[in-house]
Write a protein that binds this ligand. Structure first.
Ligand SMILES: *Cc1c(COP(=O)(O)O)cnc(C)c1O
Length: 520
């Protein structure tokens, strides 16, 4: 408890003393920066060079909290003296406690080991600090966005003079932004008068297997659960256009006013691609905005071998494309494309005199603030544009091809194992399967996969994920690392089998003990 006034800090700043100034100067010293950068780059070079097969070392958060707290200076009155050891320990702790995204043991999630150059450009972004929603605050990022938009639009195929692109902090925000633009086109009165006087409840049609950000975005827009029309999907998670039509008609009869159909180009669970051509047809007949959530799979457009999976994309109204997934960029970096730029402006129909110029000039014409939710925004395009400029598109296409090929290889290998069952044929770099010896009921199979997944993670050699498919858990690998070879897959299969058999032995023993009453 505070006992005397002298413990309370004065509300008036002390006059700046030479001593205080010198601490401040030291923290901003370019020489200091140089020395620290060398140390950190050396540490990261070792990190990147570590090719060992490793999974996640999951630490008790209480332990990590204590370790991290121990690295905080106790100094409060003065700028602390610089301690290079403290910085080193922070960097080490940071690198060691993450999912090792550069290791071939990492097969669990959709973010990837980044192209190292991208990381360096992110460092530049942080030092020169150019938030990119306004041209005057981030000139090169805003120009780079235009260039990158044109480069990627060549693969989408929209009219160069009509399409638009904005970057957003993640695919979830891109989905929200696209749904907002779609809603404002269909119900322009909501922006001014609120949702009270629409002719009927606005509704969206989505796949049973849509990413959770889509229903979350709907919630944010005031579109309730009952206004979400779920379109039936086939066994692998693709929307069935033939079954979608009657479901849409039935929803209209219930009084709903569907305005948008969300298709997935690469579902999160199984990497399935919805049939865009047929869905575009359906959307046109029902006057729906077609939004394609290609957060994961839009990158396949860059590959001559895989582009076909997005056939029909040119008919979409908007497309979410995460560069921090299959374009191997630091997170977040998401691109939201609109076929028609007037629609992009429709997402946010407001004016704020302190930022938006009444008369756009040659500079403010490059601002993106009127088209994206964020005001201050990371210049997230810079790593992507730089890597694209330096290496060209083939780097991306080659890596994508390699990842998809390795996933097919995993499918071949796992299909050949009698005690495993694959859940689908991989369409991209995601494969779901189960360790499933004969004679297992679904409830037991479900528990077994969960236990295997957790023990694999605990073992620290591989990091894989799990997903529920038709109510039963499955193991899921996402091949994001081009260093993954067939040998690694064989190691993973052997480890899953070992663990699976061990779990089954343990539960047989437990059942036996229970029957004999030896369980106390
Ligand atoms: C990852 C993913 C998202 C969410 O994107 P974030 O960038 O993680 O916000 C949305 N949809 C699909 C299909 C995804 O795979």
């Amino acid at each position: 408890m505070t006992s005397s006034l002298s413990d309370v800090q004065s509300p008036f700043p002390e006059p700046t003393t030479d001593e205080a100034m010198s601490g401040l100067t030291a923290a901003f010293d370019p020489g200091r920066f140089h020395d620290d950068a060398m140390d950190i780059v050396n540490r990261l070079t070792a990190y990147l060079g570590d090719r060992s097969v490793r999974g996640l070392d999951l630490i008790d958060p209480a332990v990590l909290l204590k370790a991290a707290r121990g690295l905080m200076t106790p100094e409060r009155q003065h700028v602390a003296d610089f301690d290079p050891d403290r910085v080193n320990q922070i960097v080490n702790l940071y690198a060691e406690t993450g999912i090792p995204v550069h290791s071939p043991g990492y097969m669990g999630r959709q973010f990837s080991g980044v192209v190292p150059l991208a990381g360096l450009i992110d460092l530049v972004s942080s030092v020169v600090n150019q938030p990119s929603s306004f041209y005057e605050a981030g000139q090169l990022p805003n120009v780079a966005e235009r260039l990158m938009a044109d480069e990627l639009n060549r693969f989408i195929g929209w009219d160069r003079d009509r399409f638009a692109m904005v970057t957003t902090s993640g695919g979830s925000l891109a989905n929200l932004t696209a749904l907002l633009a779609a809603r404002n086109r269909a119900f322009p009165q909501i922006w001014t008068r609120g949702a009270g006087d629409t002719p009927g409840p606005p509704a969206i049609a989505i796949s049973e297997d849509a990413h959770y950000s889509v229903t979350r975005a709907a919630g944010v827009l005031g579109i309730g659960e009952r206004q979400i029309i779920r379109l039936p999907a086939d066994r692998t998670g693709r929307i069935r256009p033939d079954l979608a039509e009657p479901v849409l008609e039935e929803a209209r009869e219930r009084g709903l006013r569907p305005f948008c159909l969300v298709a997935s180009a690469g579902t999160t669970s199984m990497g399935a691609f919805d049939p865009l051509e047929e869905l575009a047809d359906l959307a046109r007949r029902h006057e729906l905005w077609l939004h394609v959530d290609g957060a994961h799979g839009a990158s396949l457009l860059l590959s001559d071998r895989h582009r076909d999976k997005l056939r029909g994309i040119e008919h979409a109204d908007s497309l979410t494309w995460d560069a921090h997934k299959m374009l191997f960029m630091p997170a977040p970096c998401t691109l939201l494309f609109y076929r028609d730029k007037t629609a992009a402006h429709g997402a946010f129909k407001q004016r704020a005199s302190y930022v938006f110029d009444e008369e756009p000039d040659i500079y403010s014409a490059y601002d993106s603030a009127d088209k994206n939710f964020e005001c201050t925004k990371r210049p997230m395009i810079m790593p992507l544009w730089t890597v694209w400029s330096v290496y060209g598109q083939a780097l991306f296409a080659q890596k994508i091809d390699r990842l998809c090929e390795m996933t097919r290889q995993a499918h071949r290998m796992i299909s050949a194992e009698p005690d495993f069952a694959v859940a689908h044929e991989p369409e991209s770099n995601i494969l779901c399967f189960r360790y499933l010896p004969d004679g297992m009921d679904p409830a037991a199979a479900h528990r077994l996969q969960l236990e295997i997944r957790n023990r694999i993670r605990g073992g620290g050699r591989f990091f894989i994920s799990k997903v529920d498919i038709h109510g039963v858990a499955a193991l899921r690998v996402v091949v994001m690392n081009h260093l993954i070879e067939a040998d690694h897959l064989a190691m993973l299969i052997a480890e899953i089998r070992d663990i699976g058999q061990q779990v089954l032995r343990e539960s047989a023993t437990a059942r036996h003990d229970q029957r004999n009453g030896s369980h106390s």
